[in-house]
Design a protein around this ligand. Structure first.
Ligand code: BGC
Length: 253
């Protein structure tokens, strides 16, 4: 099925038409800068602009970098605080005139990786992390997602883990790859101690450079870079929308 996938990030909003059965992008990616401040109205305008860009009139899947339950945004760590409580799914559907499904960004990336990427066929416990401005997480067991795990907000050494070990922090604090990798190692081993995954998939922009930091990570779980890289969010969003079209259930996040 062809759907429009949109990935909402802190600096850019990216979209493409996706074949949800193969995970292939059927068009080039289109990128529009995220409005600042990233308030609901302004972001909804960009979502509508994206649909217009593709002359799109069908189902849309959209990621959002926060807890999303049944289309409602419940947190706002790295977006404007006015998102808390916003009915994102309803707002985007009204603005675009299309049925929109909204899902957490890491959950979307995780779904895409489990289906078409580094987690294909994995039956055990899998944790997918997206390392960027924050740390996003997606937890799967037997291929089924437990949504909104938000493991980037675990407390580590008296502070929120994503404020200490996200990819952004390496640049902000001018850490060497080794210094940052040591932090990531502590974080991943802490998570491992709680969830005992069989496989850890590391995504986000830095995963392209995994050979710079993987050697310092000593998890017991197998550690692999994400395969879909930049497209995971777009593809996962489209897949979530596809799933909702087929099985509209009130429990879908
Ligand atoms: C948010 C998550 C999101 C992650 C990556 C965190 O700050 O709380 O919902 O998945 O950043 O964008």
């Amino acid at each position: 099925m062809e759907l429009l996938g949109i990935d909402i990030g802190g600096s850019g909003i990216k979209g493409a038409i996706v074949d949800s059965e193969t995970g292939q992008l059927l068009t080039d990616r289109h990128r529009i800068p995220t409005p600042q401040p990233s308030v609901p109205d302004a972001v909804a305008d960009v979502v509508a602009e994206m649909a217009r860009h593709f002359s799109w009139q069908g189902p849309i899947g959209c990621t959002f970098p926060a807890v999303v339950r049944r289309g409602q945004v419940l947190t706002a760590a790295n977006v404007d605080k006015s998102w808390i409580g916003a009915q994102a799914q309803e707002l985007f559907s009204q603005r675009t005139g299309c049925p929109v499904t909204v899902i957490n960004d890491a959950d979307a990336a995780g779904i895409a990786e489990m289906t078409f990427g580094a987690g294909q066929g994995e039956q055990g416990v899998v944790l997918v992390f997206t390392l960027g401005t924050g740390i996003g997480s997606a937890l799967f067991t037997r291929g089924v997602l437990a949504p909104n795990t938000e493991l980037g907000h675990l407390e580590l050494r008296g502070r929120e883990a994503e404020k200490w070990a996200a990819a952004r922090i390496r640049k902000e604090e001018k850490l060497s790859w080794k210094e940052w990798a040591r932090r990531l190692d502590k974080y991943l081993r802490h998570v491992e101690f709680l969830f005992w995954p069989d496989l850890i998939i590391v995504g986000g922009g830095v995963s392209k450079k995994h050979e710079k930091f993987f050697p310092y990570i000593q998890t017991k779980a197998r550690l692999v870079p994400a395969a879909l890289r930049n497209n995971a969010g777009i593809v996962g969003a489209a897949m979530a929308a596809h799933a909702r079209m087929r099985h509209p259930s009130p429990s879908m996040s």
